[in-house]
Ligand binder design. Structure first.
Ligand SMILES: [Zn+2]
Length: 223
């Protein structure tokens, strides 16, 4: 049985999960996307260990912010506590995505942040992508590391692990995950060719401000 009031969010979270799969950011059943209904304090997240090809909207697991399962026949993703931690501590966050996407994770494996090399990084993230030191996935360790080491960018690398992104909606979190992998790939290729230079802080600021004020259409296609 599904709650009609959550139908729209269920669709958005399902689509975000499908798109990280079809976009090549995850394989088989790794990674996960979630979204929250703030009025009800309820989170929809991918089930644990379910292949994306099999995933149907009704398979998403409904959880509350304290980690109690409200609805759904499957166990939630093992990463649920990290998603819930971000929702509990960041009231503006409406969607979270976790992947081990290859290029971003190549930087994470070395514990390396991605500096603001590109205007695309300045546009989308407004800063370089930080990398949190390695933490295990017990309790709140990952959530705490994300909050401790994040900057204004809605994305962070986790050393030896992968990436988390977030946004006001599941689609915004998805976009950040896609953009992160795209810029990580370009930076990887450039680093193979030579020594790229990061943009000066004031240039990052200019690009970020323009992108978040005047870019795009009024319908809000920046997300
Ligand atoms: Zn992971």
């Amino acid at each position: 049985m599904t709650r009609p009031v959550l139908a729209k969010l269920r669709r958005e979270v399902w689509e975000a999960n499908l798109q990280i799969f079809h976009g090549g950011l995850v394989t088989m059943h790794s990674g996960n996307a979630s979204g929250i209904d703030r009025r009800q304090g309820l989170i929809l997240i991918k089930p644990s260990g379910m292949d994306y090809e099999r995933l149907r909207p009704q398979d998403l697991v409904l959880m509350d912010l304290e980690g109690r399962q409200v609805e759904g026949q499957w166990k939630p993703s093992v990463d649920f506590p990290h998603h819930a931690y971000l929702y509990r501590h960041c009231p503006d966050v409406g969607g979270v995505v976790h992947t081990h996407s290859n290029y971003a994770t190549a930087f994470a494996l070395l514990g390396q942040p991605i500096p603001a090399y590109l205007t695309a990084i300045a546009d989308e993230f407004g800063a370089g992508i930080p990398c949190a030191p390695y933490v295990d996935n017990e309790g709140d360790h990952i959530g705490e590391a994300i909050l401790k080491h994040r900057n204004r960018a809605p994305a962070i690398l986790l050393a030896n692990h992968g990436a988390f992104t977030w946004g006001r909606t599941p689609r915004a979190a998805l976009k950040a995950a896609v953009m992160l992998e795209d810029v990580a790939k370009t930076c990887y290729l450039s680093l193979a060719l030579g020594k790229p230079q990061a943009l000066p802080g004031e240039e990052v600021e200019k690009w970020y401000r323009r992108y978040h004020t005047t870019y795009g259409q009024k319908t809000g296609n920046r997300e």
